[in-house]
Design a protein around this ligand. Sequence first.
Ligand code: TRP
Length: 339
Amino acid sequence: METANTPERKKVIFSAIQPSGTITLGNYVGALRNWVGLQDDYDCIFALADLHTITVRQDPAKFRKNALEAYALLLACGIDLDKSLFFIQSHVHTHAELAWLLNCYTQFGELSRMTQFKDKSQKHADNVNVGLFAYPSLMAADILAYQADMVPVGLDQKQHLELTRNIAERFNGIYGQTFKVPDPYIPKVGAKIMSLQDPTRKMSKSDENVNSYVALLDKPDDIMRKFKRAITDSDAQVRYGEGKDGINNLMGIYSVMTGKTNEEIEREFDGKGYGDFKLAVGEAVVDHLRPIQEEFTRLIGDKAYLEQCYTKSAETALRISQRTLDKAMKKVGFVKRAF
Ligand code: TRP
């Protein structure tokens, strides 16, 4: 019981990202930047969701490289291990174990209705594996294992979080309070970054056209080229407005990079053309990413340090999540493990 004397505990936030290749400016603005900002106010637990990644076939060498690079890049973006945990999901075996348990409290019909499953099974029609189907119950295990209060998720993962809540409530309904039922965390400012080639669509690393997205590790020249080629409109005025998706998107990016408001941006580029504006956006992105890229280069060259980081976090994560797993197994009626 909390009394007047107990210091108020910070709320727990859990989130994860898949190491499935390139991390884009869209991921950074939409998710990672927010993660970094949450670290002072919440107990943050972050994971690299590599178990989720093998639901789509991976080349082993590339997969390993991607995961290590994604880990280093997220540290470079500002995940601070003095404040937060950040581990590799496959290193913490409780996730897969709890996922199995939860599978038995998740209905075939529920998983069949997940839009991501429907989309991905169309996209990878030759490999509609059981893991792809059960992906949401693994995600539920990630979250519920830490008794997370809140989960920052984008629109594409909202349905999975809703399912997580249903699974938790169902389990609690049968066995009594076991899992905290998590709420979605809606960030205060949510700039969604769109494709530079089709600004009506989200910027995506799986886009076939590399000019449509900026990767966090893109070289300055490439970043500049991509912004120079960004699709705009024929209005030729830098102002925010309907039907100006391309300019709106560039203004959004520039605003995040510089902290300037739309009005300030409109004033700055009053009387100037799109060419000048695109260059300015490109330069702002290059400047913003430079220290991140430098830190990434340093970290990826220090494998021993990286190993120390993800190991330490995984050990703590294991301790926390094991408590939840033990509790859930006890409720279900498993014979208590005596070692
Ligand atoms: N499925 C998420 C994605 O692809 C990643 C993820 C895995 C996640 N486990 C999670 C996100 C738990 C939030 C909470 O984006």
